[in-house]
Each structure stands twice: as structure tokens, then as C-alpha cells.
Design a protein. Structure first.
Length: 224
């Protein structure tokens, strides 16, 4: 099986680079694709950069160029509710692109794309169950995904009111592009900054929290 791996930033990518796998590089349309063998599978990893626009572009490039069968995402995330701790691990059940809204002109809910039944973009249920078989206590979450780093408590409270527990800047794009290409998608997230935390906590914890998330991704790939 050929597996695509989308990672947002270089500090998260280090968990993959330092995994011990032999890695080769390919440069395609301004994007570096890292090739490795994990278990029995060919893994093609790409760095998307921050934000939905770059994530959408790189996800489409990776799917088109590598013909990957599934796309996995891992990375760090910010907590939107109290009680979540640094290095808590989650699998994403669904995502709300909270910056998207055509409800004033189309018969949809706020933040809803017309092809989905509500304002949440779903991720692959079968892959979620595979991850939970490896870590039975793994919690499912809904992600608020948009184009800015969420630091203010009033912003966190608003996103939590949408039914979301954590936030990021890429998974709405990754999940949507995968669905448009009929490619299965799963995302593993690990807390880097808590509800009380800020950008300083993110910078302090991003490398270690990303490694926690990648360790589960690696186990999942090896068991496929």
C-alpha cells in the first residue's frame, strides 16, 4: 500500500525524519516529497506549511503525484476546553472549517459545505477504528480548523461553542481534498498548548508532542 503523510511544519516533520527509516527526497512543483519504507508500505511524506490554502495545495499534489491509497496527518493541536493536558492524544472524527460560511446566499448552515450533511467534514471511520484498536483509550474529537493560531480565550470559547474540543490550521483542507479525490483520510493530534496556554507553550512542546502523535501513526502503518 502507498501511504501519503501530510505534516504542517518542519518541527513536526522531525519526528518522521528521525524515525530511523531510510529516507530519499523528491522535489515536485516546489514541494519536497520524502519517501520511506515503514513496515510493508511505501510512505510519501510532504510538508504543507501553515494554513488551509497551502495544505489543500500540497494534499492535492501528493495524491495526484504519488497515487497514494490513503492520507494520514499528524501534528500538534491547541485545546479549546479546560482539562486537556500537554501530550494528550486524539483521533479526529470530524472537522469544522469555522472560517467558511456561505449561509447568507445558499441554503446551508453556517460553516457547512453543501455536499456534507452538516457543518462538519468527516474523516474515515474505518481508519479511526484501526487507531483505537491500537490505543483503546484514544479519544475522538471534533476539530475547529482555520487560518489563524488561536491564543485568546474568547476565541477558544467561541470555537468550543461550535462543538469542537481542539483546533488546528490544516485538517479541514486535508480532509476535504481527500474526500474530493475519494482517498481515505485520518488525523492524529497531540496537545501542545492547553486552554490556559499560548504560543509560548506551543513553541516549548511542539517537537515532543509531535513525536507522540507520530509514534501512533507509525504503529498504525506497521499494522496495516
Amino acid at each position: 500500500m502507498k501511504i501519503g503523510l501530510i505534516i504542517a511544519i518542519k518541527r513536526e516533520l522531525e519526528a518522521f525524519i528521525q524515525s530511523g527509516s531510510e529516507i530519499s527526497e523528491e522535489h515536485v512543483s516546489g514541494t519536497t516529497i520524502y519517501h520511506a519504507k515503514i513496515g510493508e508500505h511505501d510512505v510519501c511524506a510532504a510538508l504543507s506549511g501553515y494554513g488551509e490554502i497551502d495544505a489543500a495545495a500540497v494534499t492535492q499534489l501528493l495524491i495526484y503525484h504519488t497515487k497514494c491509497d490513503i492520507v494520514l496527518n499528524f501534528g500538534v493541536t491547541g485545546a479549546l476546553v479546560p482539562g486537556l493536558k500537554v501530550k494528550d492524544l486524539f483521533v479526529v472524527r470530524r472537522v469544522c472549517h469555522y472560517e467558511y460560511d456561505v449561509s447568507p446566499i445558499d441554503p446551508v448552515k453556517e460553516h457547512q459545505y453543501e455536499e456534507y450533511e452538516d457543518e462538519y467534514i468527516p474523516l474515515d471511520a474505518g481508519l479511526i477504528e484501526r487507531a483505537k484498536a491500537i490505543v483503546p483509550e484514544l479519544q475522538e474529537v471534533t476539530v475547529a480548523s482555520g487560518g489563524k493560531f488561536i491564543e485568546k480565550k474568547e476565541d477558544k470559547d467561541y470555537l468550543a461553542s461550535l462543538g469542537c474540543q481542539i483546533c488546528d490550521m490544516e485538517i479541514a483542507a486535508i480532509a476535504r481534498i481527500c474526500l474530493r479525490n475519494n482517498v481515505r483520510c485520518m488525523s492524529i493530534k497531540c496537545i501542545s498548548d492547553t486552554y490556559e496556554g499560548d504560543g509560548g507553550d506551543f513553541n516549548q512542546n511542539v517537537i515532543s508532542s509531535a513525536k507522540v502523535a507520530f509514534d501512533l501513526i507509525r504503529k498504525l502503518i506497521c499494522e496495516m
